[in-house]
Write a protein that binds this ligand. Structure first.
Ligand SMILES: NC(=O)c1ccc[n+]([C@@H]2O[C@H](COP(=O)([O-])OP(=O)(O)OC[C@H]3O[C@@H](n4cnc5c(N)ncnc54)[C@H](OP(=O)(O)O)[C@@H]3O)[C@@H](O)[C@H]2O)c1
Length: 371
């Protein structure tokens, strides 16, 4: 059988190619998985944009000059040379945009396994962990698409909220009139963060977005206020505030650092505005600081223990899913794309970033949905 790989040029992300390669026989301990479906959001485009700087190209090697973007999704074991993993088992995890992949499971447990291939040994453990769907408390068959689309993003959202609250909003909430400003407020990671922040008292949650996405952000009801990028002057310049940056837009960041003299903290999370990214040197106010989710996980694991942290995350996730999937007013409408041409078109749309923010794209290189 042939494996199909969706490749993108590392230096020109709009250039793509579908390449077929012959299946390689498994070596001892390996498993072959069919990649059933995966989510594609701006987060995956950020993996590609920072592929060299942050090693995202290293997970699934590709021919010189090309990259295979990692995605979150579900895969089924087609062939197993690994005792303890059966053909037909399904796993949630970090896969390539391919029809199949080969993994080398190690540290098996009832919950899942870790990928043990040598080229991934130095990469962060969170990306090397695969969960058995049958044993995963985050998993339900009915919410599988939502899980692929939102789970990895929401965990970051939850940790950002927890980190800011843990730091007393760096003093921005002290008088009850401070604000958290979130750029790319229409993004899934930003609205997950706003969903959590809105449950706290004494801090205004302000969404910043493009004019076209303002209505969408307002409809979510998790932002106390939504402003278009050219409406920063609607917020008093002396507002005590924290900036959580999902857009990575260099000129917006400079504008915020310049306007808000009482900016207490500047937290860099993402880079959705791929065409406007830029350095953060010589900015007025606090240094723009990269959010490092594993550091907050480590801190809470030490303080609460892994079980308690997991339980809190699970509880928050379940509440979030109920809200996001409310049939009367869903935050997310899933769109399925089957086959190489549809995958290519969906990739171009997500890369362009001008689609409906309510859409969540689920992709599969298989030509159609399983019967
Ligand atoms: N550091 C971490 O651990 C971590 C974890 C998760 C996510 N993130 C980052 O958070 C960001 C959001 O990811 P997501 O998957 O939640 O995004 P998403 O839901 O796909 O975001 C869509 C929104 O992003 C903006 N956008 C996307 N592409 C654009 C483009 N080409 N030009 C201009 N605007 C564009 C638009 O928002 P507006 O109109 O509102 O600007 C759009 O509505 C990503 O950069 C991701 O890497 C970081």
């Amino acid at each position: 059988m042939t494996t199909l790989d969706f490749l993108v040029r590392r230096d020109r992300l709009a250039t793509t190619e579908l390449r077929g390669t012959a299946e390689i026989p498994l070596t001892a301990g390996q498993i072959r998985l069919g990649v059933d479906s995966f989510a594609l959001t701006a987060n995956n485009i950020t993996y590609a944009a920072f592929g060299d700087a942050m090693n995202y190209w290293s997970f699934y090697p590709a021919p010189a000059g090309w990259g295979r973007i990692p995605v979150w999704g579900f895969a089924t074991v087609l062939e197993s040379g690994c005792p303890g993993i059966a053909v037909g088992e399904r796993f949630y995890g970090y896969y390539p945009m391919s029809s199949q992949t080969v993994l080398q499971p190690v540290r098996l447990s009832p919950a899942g396994f870790f990928e043990g291939a040598e080229h991934r040994a130095a990469l962060h453990a969170v990306y090397n962990s695969y969960s058995r769907c049958t044993a995963d408390p985050f998993h339900t068959a009915q919410t599988e698409d939502v899980e692929a689309l939102l789970r990895p993003l929401f965990i970051t959202s939850w940790l950002i909220d927890d980190f800011l609250a843990d730091q007393d909003f760096f003093g921005a909430g002290a008088n009850g009139d401070g604000a958290v400003l979130l750029s790319s407020a229409s993004s899934k990671t930003a609205y997950g963060t706003a969903f959590q922040l809105a449950q706290r008292k004494g801090i205004e949650v302000v969404g910043l977005t493009s004019a076209a996405n303002r209505e969408f952000c307002n409809s979510l009801d998790c932002y106390h206020r939504v402003l278009a990028y050219d409406e920063l002057d609607h917020l008093a310049a002396d507002t005590a505030c924290v900036f959580v940056d999902f857009a990575g837009n260099a000129s917006l960041r400079r504008e915020i650092h310049t306007r808000f003299g009482n900016l207490k903290y500047s937290c860099s999370v993402g880079g959705t505005h791929v065409g406007q990214l830029g350095g953060a040197k010589d900015l007025p106010g606090p240094r723009a600081t990269l959010f490092f989710a594993p550091a907050q996980i480590k801190k809470r694991t030490a303080e609460w223990g892994a079980h308690e942290l997991g339980q809190r995350l699970l509880q928050a996730w379940q509440a979030f899913v109920v809200t996001v999937c409310d049939p009367a007013a869903p935050w997310l409408v899933v769109q399925h794309h089957f086959g190489p041409d549809a995958v290519d078109a969906a990739y171009a749309a997500v890369l362009g970033g001008r689609g409906d923010p309510r859409s969540g794209h689920m992709l599969s290189l298989a030509p159609r949905a399983p019967a």
